[in-house]
Design a protein around this ligand. Sequence first.
Ligand code: SF4
Ligand code: FES
Length: 334
Amino acid sequence: MSDKIKVTIDGIPVEVEPGTSILNAARQIGGDIVPPAMCYYSKLEGSGGKCRTCLVKVSKGSEKDPRPMPKLVASCRTTVMDGMEVQNITSPEVIEARKGVVEMLLINHPLDCPICDQAGECHLQDLSYEHGAATTRYEFDRRTFDRVDIGDKIQLHMNRCILCYRCVFTADQITNNRVHGVLGRGDHAEISTYIEKAIDNDFSGNVIDVCPVGALTDKTFRFKNRVWFTKPVEAHRDCPTCSGKVTLWYKGEEVLRVTARKDVYGEVEEFICNTCRFDKKSTNDWVIEGPRQVSRQSVINSNHYDTLQPLPVIKKNPELMEANKEQFERATKF
Ligand code: SF4
Ligand code: FES
């Protein structure tokens, strides 16, 4: 007899292991019915429960107790029960509540996407585009902070932080000396090292990748380019510290930045070390695997990315060279 649990999400049944959260059950189905998640991160133990973007309606609690749950629940923190029925995109109540959550997240977050390095790959930008209301009811000034350099490679722009705690969990769980955290409570809460101490260890750069907004940015990439003008390429190297599997972001022949590879939910597949991220910015440092698949909806795909190839990849292959002649000429003009 199977000891799996059957749950139905937006009318689609799925069988999952006991203890699975509704969000992860939805991820097993995939597609539109997966609730958005701004704070949950499957690779970080204890994450979730902070942002409320993953709210869903449980219209049937379980086979044993079919009563609906009285309020919307955070799907990242609610485990499935056998026979549970959940509504996400099929519930007008959830859609309405999510609009409110986005409005709440934007109460203090500046609308500075045109100058923010995260634009084009910002989860809050996507979320407000898909679920947000065009107006806000908030009349007060937003909280503002000075920008803080956390060491020489990372900059914290606290104005943009949504207090998801992902960077805190990252520093706690994959580095051995966390020196930053959330200080203060309520409207005074902020990410800080208190004395602007450098986050200084081999894996500290991963806080940049887990940050869902532009609060923690890579100083070696800041203001260098818009992400949709760059071409992501998968590459690897034999690294003694991490897996060495990364995404290189090219402009022409130049590697503008190096990040961990991310999955369909924007989570890193494997954390990478600072040497790979900050010190290996030459094509010669890497074994190029090929262009990274980018979702059709992504702004990074805006110039028909699937037909364009990064120059180092083109140059290695005469057929690609011929097929991409026009792109090659255009790119080498800059
Ligand atoms: S800095 Fe980024 S990752 Fe850290 S809590 Fe703020 S939004 Fe989350
Ligand atoms: S993702 Fe569930 S509360 Fe943030």
